[in-house]
Design a protein around this ligand. Sequence first.
Ligand code: ADP
Ligand code: ASP
Ligand code: MG
Length: 482
Amino acid sequence: MYKFLPEEVTKGMIVLKFGGTSVGTTESLQNVKSIVESLDSDAVVVVSALGGLTDRLIATAKKAASGDSTYIEDFEAMAKRHYDIIEDVVAQDVRRSTLSAIQPLLNELRRLYDGVSLIADLPERTLAQIVSLGERMSSVIVADMIPAARHENSLDIIRTEKWFDKNIASTELTERLIREHLSEGPYPVIMGGFISSDKDTGEITNLGRGGSDYTAALVAAALDAEVLEIWTDVDGFLTADPRVVPNARVIDEMSFVESMDLCTFGAKVIYPPTIYPVFHKNIPIRILNTHSPDAPGTLISDHSSANAAGCDGITNGAPTLQPDRIVAGISALKDEALITLRGRFASDAAKISSRAFNALSLKGLSPHLIPTCDSINSFSFVVAGSEAMQAVRLLKEEFAPELVDNSLEVIEMTRGLASLAAVGDNLRTVPSMSRKLEGELEKSGIRVIGTANKSSETNIAFIIEEADVTPALKALHAAIFE
Ligand code: ADP
Ligand code: ASP
Ligand code: MG
């Protein structure tokens, strides 16, 4: 193991995160055990729930709330899955104590399901309690599987606060608690990802679906780790989603900015907020495959391919590794909505954008793309489909005077769209790239509704119909990488 890093670099703290795809079966858990046991550094290991369990916990909760009594069978199947795994991976002399830790958690789950069924309702906080049991159980099992390991309860360490209707990490408090709980050995420490508790009420919360990556990043940043390793079920960060583009290949090295852009545009391999905490501390990330631990994976660091040109502004001039690579990868984000404000007033892009974005951000909404305008009297941007209705309502309030005096004629919304992005630090060096890629899409019969490459020079994004995502990714991948 650790052939990837020079000897002297491996001595500091390492944070490893194993996703559900790494802790789903006896076989993959055995791989996790051997990876952790072969470490020669202090390590904190963050684990997700058993593969697919979070989806199952949610589906069963919905079933119980809808009056379908077969939730009991689902619960029993989940309980059996945990018992079977314990039997397979935990040594016999520890098994009894593992079972006595898991049993109360399963009882709690059963009580929650029965309660949901009784009241025929699924309040958000109850759902958060239900889903937390996935990581609360898996982390105990993984800790008991590794004789030297110590278990820590993430609910005592990762704290959240309310931000509009979302729970977001309470970063300063969490950083302090991570240091208090995890700075001292014995190591390795095993803790559940994703789960957290509210800093004011103590209620169980979570960091959002896929949030175990973020837990690991918060830990890595607070402990000034040498590296954050994300162990998953693919050989690294790939040039595209391999489920859509089977020819996608591993990106050996990429910059923080490239990974951030690709994740923000839907590359599911890392949960987007994960990059920020480690980027700010300049802690490299490795994406590695639990099922193939010797594969080199992807290194994400500030060795940006654009650094040597000195035009990055946010990196520190580390050596250029791949000066010739223009596009690192492509990705797509579905369920997007395009909002367009039309009328005379929309021609003042600076004024309209500052008022529109201010009105939305004050309510916690985040427009994320500004396409090139199709006409001088229109101003468009993209928001997540789930935020579109609220965005239109807020804009109608904000621009009520202009709608009345007709300087704004209409605020339109189009749903069912997707953002498709090509990402690369060196894109800025090839101004014709946007036109070229658009041409490739058009050649494949894909209608490009809008193009956005002004907000960042490290990505070019196209707005297309959601139904076109698969052929569009395939066409761009073939044109760029094959
Ligand atoms: P985990 O359980 O390890 O967190 P996820 O399912 O969240 O795993 O993320 C890994 C999956 O992300 C891969 O199996 C792959 O199908 C998908 N994926 C999507 N886009 C990419 C990409 N660009 N590179 C690698 N994997 C990707
Ligand atoms: N178990 C959680 C989920 O499925 C968190 C994670 O796996 O990162 O979303
Ligand atoms: Mg994940």
